[in-house]
Write a protein that binds this ligand. Structure first.
Ligand code: PRX
Length: 604
């Protein structure tokens, strides 16, 4: 490994000691700050930008159609046909067998035009829902852009979803087209009878002889199309994508985002990801989740950055080899991945070069300070934590490159964003005090609706004047925000947001499970793991085989990441008078905390 002497890039055994400084104001580990960023950042002065920035100013960064019409896909791809980036690599796609394919912006432009024409030919129109159920292959990126060009609504689906998770999303959204591949298609075929709205299935790399009525091979459909397409002149408030996410109760909710979001995608990719013209950028999140859609496609492409897509599975050495092979400069990943990399050890880091890296970011779950310290040691760079949600549609709080990083903190609100910690009446609490993490509505990519569920949408605004995130946090005297936990029962396992109700529903589908209550149990590596408490149906008794069969059933039906790693059999579960399982009490049992006066918890 080559050790270079520029401060940001030195790493390995010869690397300089992390430059940790003490701010002397806050106690313990929170005194640490890391002042270090290897290049001149796009956002140079946080304080002055925060004081003066207005979202109106950002509008000029985008390309508009006459009449204030804005299309996110046009901004992500088409406009680069006229700004000198036509022949720049837009996508480096490494497949599961490690083959590399490169697509320039012109390639993506033409391919997405063909796909947009194909969708039109099928009758897809503005507002229709078109879902994408694919692994990280180029067609996923091309299709998402094409759907937006038509003005239809893109529905990203994580490839690990099972039939139950798919049915919930496709049924609720009324999707009319699904784009998938031969490996994933059987999951859709198995639930087709429950999806009356679904008209067409498009299969990437499918065996044509196996296709039935209203099923098309992707290549057949697109190859005959023109590579010219007039992007739909969408209104800023026309929906762009619909992404389902989990809450504490009920099935997943469809969060509606609009074309106006691209303003936020663009500015945050510029400020927080700090993307510049010569960057090769890798977002490890799957586009089936919000990070992969926003910061794996729209944000970086709007800035004309070269994006890396890696279809392979996680493995420390393979990941580092991706960085070295493509000379990745900016790397956006997640705490669980970083903890797994830390566990894999320093040797594997030093066997690779990684000298191209200049900026590392993390999102999705709390990032432990020790991981940030380890990152300083082995990568020679601070890891920049940032906070946002499916609903917020863009990063809102971040350790922005021009600021010092405080390990363990999510950073400060971005220019144009007013975040606060408040009590239940919406009053701001003083620095250092725990409260609800809220944001003043007005940023460009705030959720616009919950699909067919106004009541749920209104819940986000139940604290008057604020958008309520569902998270608890505190703010320090320097204005940095610190995550404390969820205010509800939502589980965050390895950065995946999982609703307990979905897991409970999948569990009780198993013939041996009469009742189930599900909680998140703290875990060193994954943040939380899913733990289920179950009451068995009459005639069943607990055995390792039975518990394994329950686990397997949940994994198959719901999702590979959303099954309970631990199952505990109980004779009964604590319930409210109206029969709701009291997850709070289950959690107290698990953590050995006092359960208090349980009689008072019996009311809803
Ligand atoms: O609880 C917070 C946690 O992830 C939730 C949002 O999950 P999701 O909608 O799936 O979006 C994840 C990626 C944008 C939040 O309510 N979360 C997100 N970022 C952080 C975090 N928890 C701690 N630290 C973070 N930086």
């Amino acid at each position: 490994m080559k050790v270079v002497d520029s401060p940001g890039k030195s790493k390995g055994k010869n690397a300089e000691e992390p430059s940790l400084e003490q701010d002397g104001q806050t106690p313990g580990v929170r005194k640490e700050i890391i002042k270090k960023f290897p290049v001149s950042p796009n956002l140079q002065n946080y304080e002055s930008e925060y004081a003066s920035f207005d979202w109106q100013d950002a509008r000029k960064e985008l390309t508009w159609f006459t009449g204030s019409k804005l299309n996110a896909a046009y901004n992500a791809v088409d406009r680069h046909m006229h700004d000198g980036k036509r022949n720049k690599v837009a996508l480096y796609a490494i497949d599961a067998k490690n083959n590399l394919e490169k697509f320039t912006f012109q390639d993506i432009y033409e391919e997405s035009n063909r796909m947009a024409n194909a969708l039109k030919e099928l009758g897809v129109k503005k507002g229709d829902r078109v879902f994408v159920f694919l692994p990280r292959v180029p067609e996923l990126y091309i299709s998402t852009v094409a759907i937006a060009k038509v003005g239809a609504i893109a529905g990203p689906l994580f490839s690990a979803f099972g039939p139950d998770a798919l049915r919930d999303r496709l049924q609720d959204s009324g999707a009319i087209v699904i784009i998938t591949n031969p490996e994933l298609k059987p999951k859709i075929d198995g639930i087709m009878h429950d999806l009356p709205d679904l008209q067409y299935t498009i299969v990437v790399d499918g065996d044509k002889s196996k296709l039935k009525d209203r099923e098309y091979a992707y290549d057949d459909l697109v190859s005959k199309q023109s590579d010219k397409f007039e992007c739909e002149r969408t209104d800023v408030e026309d929906p762009l994508y619909l992404l389902y996410t989990s809450g504490t109760t009920g099935k997943p909710k469809g969060v509606v985002h609009v074309h106006n979001d691209i303003i936020g995608h663009h500015m945050t990719s510029k400020w927080v990801l700090d993307l510049k013209d010569d960057d090769v950028y890798w977002c490890t999140a799957d586009p089936g989740w919000v990070t992969g859609t926003v910061y794996g496609i729209f944000g970086p492409w709007s800035n004309g950055a070269s994006v890396v897509s890696y279809e392979g599975r996680f493995d420390a050495d393979s990941w580092y080899k991706v960085i070295d092979r493509l000379k990745v400069t900016v790397w956006y990943t997640a705490p669980t991945a970083l903890r797994m990399l830390m566990k894999a050890g320093d040797d594997v880091v030093f066997r690779n070069s990684l000298e191209s890296l200049r900026h590392i970011l993390s999102v999705g779950e709390p990032l432990n300070p020790e991981v940030v310290r380890w990152g300083m040691k082995v990568y020679g760079l601070p890891i920049h934590d940032n906070w946002w949600q499916t609903e917020t549609g863009m990063q809102l709080i971040a350790n922005i490159p021009c600021m010092s990083v405080k390990p363990g903190s999510m950073g400060k609100p971005l220019p144009g964003v007013y975040a606060a910690v408040v009590d239940d009446d919406g009053e701001e609490v003083e620095a250092g005090k725990l409260g609800r993490l809220v944001v003043k509505p007005g940023w460009p990519s705030m959720l616009r609706r919950i699909w067919r569920n106004k009541e749920k949408f209104d819940e986000y605004f139940k604290i008057p004047g604020w958008y309520f995130s569902g998270d608890n946090a505190w703010k320090d005297e320097d204005g940095y925000f610190w995550f404390v936990g969820r205010a509800d029962d939502v589980i965050n396992t390895a950065g995946h947001r999982v609703g307990p109700f979905e897991v409970e529903s999948a569990l009780v589908e198993h013939e041996a499970v009469a009742e189930a209550g599900v909680i998140g149990k703290p875990d060193k590596e994954r943040g939380e793991i899913i733990k289920a408490f179950v009451v068995l149906a009459n005639g069943f008794s607990a055995s390792d085989e039975l518990l394994e069969s329950i686990r397997e059933h949940t994994k198959r039906q719901l999702a590979a990441h959303a099954y309970p790693r631990e199952i505990e059999v109980k004779d009964s579960l604590p319930k409210t008078r109206s029969g709701k399982i009291m997850r709070r009490l289950l959690k107290a049992w698990e953590l050995g905390l006092p359960t208090g006066d349980t009689s008072s918890l019996e009311d809803d």
